[in-house]
Design a protein around this ligand. Structure first.
Ligand code: ARG
Ligand code: ZN
Length: 879
């Protein structure tokens, strides 16, 4: 059944108070609810009956105003309960029984190792008790938890603890009260034998907030990074958005079994262990940075999500797009802004553009869905963040802040829409955003064509931009988008030239960078007093989520690689050059011709490596070739083998030519460290050193083998240890590779986060991740199909990273994925539906592969009892 945005109706009933009582045991949980319900005076309809959502619940008792309901007073229906003929105001009491220990979908209340925990977003609360499970019903929650004292000494829920005590020799209870009204998707409960690591934060108005992180005892030394990130986030949100925390306590819990990264439940954030636990010897730099970003993301949701929430799930990007924008700005402020932008754009262009060109393409505000869990997508999150970022670039920092202040003030305590967000931005800034709203409603990635002309005699530079947007239906969206197009002109020394658009502009005050309002299908911008032929700097900082065709010659790209004044564009010039050259090699490979690499690429890399002035963080990104996934995304029809071989050939040719520079780069960045630090400068050094090591090992350099083995044996942090392992795994030194994998597992088998890395390194590599090897790993003691992180590390890594193996023309990779999707459809539909993505990209490949992929999709669709999650993705993906 498809749900449509146009069918939205205000809730006919409201729940003012929600009083919950949980009795937890190994056999199951009993949940008693007392809901103070009244008719919504603003409702669109006034039905006689009350419909409540409920899934997989056993109803034990139901009463209205203290009177038990007879069988004629209510009716159990599919996924819910109908209470017949209700009054305008009443107290509804329900008792339901649930089985957390049998819950493998990890929605609602479930067990993860020895603890109970919850995940209610989007529609998990209905698996706990009958309720109006929709975000525009906001209620005050009081929660009592009863459980065994020894097994579950810690009992947590949202808000403040108001009472606790013993019931008998074995059982105790705790009561929590959340003073803020909230939708039930923000409800959380945790029970377990956990340790707490405590910290404290004083808010800008001088209130003391207790910060408390709960983990299983073995993880008590993995909390400090998350707590430091939390304090930095709290401070940043005060300084940049004027937002202060609002409860006396903020809690974080780490759980091993979790479908996503983390969840922003009010006052009680629950995290996937892999996104919150870290210490230097077990977590890589990338993990440190991911934790900082996710802790910030969940914390920022307290305002952008919790205080102001979504009216309905079509508005999901209201909180997710805005919060991703906020966490990206935070990470940019804490680290290298340019590198953060490069990473985000890379993800967007590789994965979101692919999603938007595929069968699940949808607007930032979708118009319909079958299963909302399928819409926690790159489009909602990443493109949604770009849309907010475009508003930021159109308004400028100051007006944007005025807009966010107005938004929070106007809508505090409400459940609102993306339109309300844009309206607040418009009202506060005075900037007309009517046309801009199209970004929310239309799917697809706009394409910009750039044309320019320099007139020596008139000393003018004319820029002609045109835009179009192919929709997935094959037609072209007629109306243009409002695109902030960041622009500059560079002279031949690489300096920005003043931009004068009309003659009465004062020359001295002319800007050297402009955000052009590109609002028409075709638009011309003219710049005057340009004395020499300039080189244009286009879409600086990737100011809009669009495709832009390369208009530069190779020599211009080389110039830009060392002279662009915009860091992102400087990196992108290198990417464009590498893409062109790899494509040229792939062409030769496909034709069986001799392979050669344009010497200019090698010289460009040499120039970067010997440069004294280049920022190391930027350099570490510039030395990475575009990924196979990105090269596939750029192709009309991707020749997987040719791309793989061409990319490796280019990589190896560069590495051979620059061997001595790479060795020097390794040595220069080796320096003995005092203590591990995850600041971005230290990260850049380690990254440079390890990129050099990887390149040298890929060409089978014997000296590099010794360096890698030494680094592997003596590394004092996981970044260096895993980087040397990855370098060995991707090399042709078979015995050292196998030995390292074995040593690594023996050393780390007790640590799930490290074991996950060990699995994904192998499965993601063409050298160690043959399909047979991957299947063997699935019967290894380290694998558990019920644990989403393990599934992602093995099946996910194989299908998304180990691309030539997955796309083997024999089709076995596709069958393997389908087998596992079918298995997981029963256990965990959300994970199954995410895992299937690579098969839905069939359009990108040759006819034989298309047929093989389609056949597997059909096989999945033929399964009985397909979950809504898998059904939606697979049915939309079939020709
Ligand atoms: N709101 C969470 C976050 O962005 C993600 C929750 C995802 N839940 C789901 N059922 N897909 O931090
Ligand atoms: Zn979020």
């Amino acid at each position: 059944r498809t749900i449509f945005l146009k069918d939205y109706k205000k809730p006919p009933f409201l729940i003012d108070e929600t009083v919950l009582h949980f009795d937890l045991s190994e056999q199951g949980a009993t949940v008693k609810s007392r809901l103070s319900i009244r008719r919504n005076p603003d409702a669109d309809t006034a039905p006689q009956d009350l419909y409540l959502d409920g899934v997989d619940l056993e109803l034990a008792a139901i009463a209205i105003d203290g009177v038990e309901l007879s069988g004629s007073g209510y009716e159990l229906i599919a996924e819910g309960l109908r209470v017949i003929d209700v009054a305008d105001n009443f107290l509804l009491e329900c008792e339901t029984r649930i089985k957390p220990h049998e819950n493998t979908c990890l929605e609602g209340l479930y067990k993860s190792s020895s603890m109970f925990c919850t995940q209610c977003e989007a529609e998990g609360f209905r698996r706990i008790t009958y309720y109006l499970d929709r975000p525009d019903v906001m209620s005050r929650f009081t929660t009592t938890i009863v459980a065994d004292k020894n097994l579950y000494p810690i009992l947590l829920s949202n808000g403040n603890q108001v009472e606790r005590g013993d019931l008998d020799a074995d059982r105790h209870f705790v009561t929590w009260e959340d003073p803020f009204r909230k939708p039930c998707y923000l409800f959380a409960l945790v029970a377990g034998d956990l340790l707490n690591i405590d910290d404290e934060y004083t808010t800008m108005s001088g209130r003391k907030v207790a910060l408390r992180m709960f983990v299983e005892p073995q993880n008590k030394d993995k909390c400090s990074h998350a707590l430091n990130s939390l304090k930095a986030s709290m401070k940043w949100d005060e300084e940049v958005y004027g937002r202060e925390y609002d409860l006396d306590i903020f809690m974080i819990v780490a759980v091993d079994d979790f479908n996503m990264g983390a969840m922003e439940n009010k006052g009680l954030n629950i995290f996937n262990s892999s996104c919150v636990l870290a210490k230097p010897d077990t977590a890589t730099d990338a993990t440190y940075q991911r934790i900082e970003a996710i802790v910030a993301h969940e914390y920022f949701h307290n305002w952008s999500g919790n205080r102001v929430t979504c009216r309905d799930w079509f508005q999901l990007s209201l909180k997710e797009g805005f919060t991703v924008f906020r966490d990206a700005e935070f990470s940019a402020d804490m680290n290298s802004r340019t590198v953060k932008r490069i990473e985000d754009v890379n993800l967007l262009r590789t994965a979101q553009f692919a999603e938007d060109a595929g069968p699940m393409s949808h607007p930032v505000r979708p118009a319909s869905f079958i299963e909302i869990s399928n819409f926690y997508t790159l489009t909602i999150y990443e493109k949604g963040a770009e849309v907010v970022g475009m508003i930021y670039r159109l308004l400028g920092a100051e007006l944007f802040r005025k807009g966010s202040d107005l938004y929070f003030e106007r809508h505090d305590g409400q459940a609102v829409t993306t339109d309300d967000f844009v309206q607040a931005m418009q009202d506060a800034s005075g900037k007309d955003l009517t046309q801009f709203k199209r970004w929310y409603d239309l799917a697809g990635t706009p394409v910009i064509a750039v044309d320019y002309e320099y007139d020596q005699d008139g000393q003018t530079f004319t820029l002609k931009l045109s835009q179009s947007c192919p929709s997935t239906a094959g037609d072209v969206v007629e109306k243009p988008f409002h695109i902030p197009f960041s622009f500059a002109l560079l002279d031949n020394n690489g300096c920005n030239i003043p931009l004068i658009q009309d003659d009465d502009a004062v020359f001295a005050n002319a800007p050297t960078e402009l955000v052009l309002d590109f609002v028409k299908t075709e638009q011309i911008f003219t710049f005057q007093h340009i004395e020499k032929r300039p080189i244009p700097s286009l879409l600086r900082g990737f100011s809009a989520p669009v495709r832009i065709k390369n208009t530069y010659s190779r020599d211009e790209l080389l110039f830009l690689m060392s002279n662009e004044t915009d860091g992102f564009n400087r990196w992108d010039a290198g990417q464009k050059l590498a893409v062109e050259i790899i494509r040229e090699v792939a062409e030769s490979y496909a034709q069986g011709a001799e392979l050669t690499v344009d010497q200019r690429l090698i010289e460009a890399y040499r120039g970067l490596l010997v440069s004294e002035s280049i920022d190391k963080a930027l350099l570490s990104k510039m030395l990475l070739l575009p990924t196979e996934s990105y090269l596939i995304e750029l192709s009309e029809t991707a020749n997987v083998d040719a791309i793989h071989h061409a990319r490796n050939f280019v990589r190896d040719t560069v590495a051979k030519a620059l061997k001595s520079e790479l060795l020097k780069c390794y040595q220069d960045n080796l320096e003995a460290e005092t203590a591990y630090s995850a600041d971005f400068r230290s990260i850049a050094k380690r990254s440079l050193k390890n990129i050099a090591l990887g390149l040298l090992l890929s060409i089978g350099d014997a000296e590099a083998l010794t360096l890698a083995e030494t680094q592997f044996a003596t590394a004092e942090n996981m970044t260096d240890e895993s980087a040397s392992l990855i370098a060995l795994v991707n090399s042709d030194f078979i015995a050292p590779r196998e030995a390292a994998l074995e040593t690594f597992y023996a050393k780390w088998k007790a640590d799930p986060q490290v074991v996950e890395q060990w699995l994904s390194i192998q499965c993601g590599s063409v050298k160690s991740g043959s399909l047979e090897a991957v299947k063997r790993l699935m019967s290894h003691e380290a694998f558990d199909i019920k644990n989403p992180n393990k599934v992602r590390s093995v099946i996910g890594a194989f299908c998304n990273q180990n691309i030539v193996s997955f796309h083997n023309a024999n089709g076995q990779g596709y069958a393997f994925l389908a087998d596992n999707v079918i298995k997981l459809n029963k256990l965990n539909p959300q994970i199954a539906s995410r895992l299937v993505t690579p098969l839905t990209r069939w359009k990108k490949f040759d006819e034989q592969r298309q047929a093989l992929m389609q056949a597997q999709l059909k096989r999945i669709l033929d399964e009985e009892n397909l979950s809504k999650d898998v059904y939606e993705v697979v049915s939309k993906s079939i020709k």
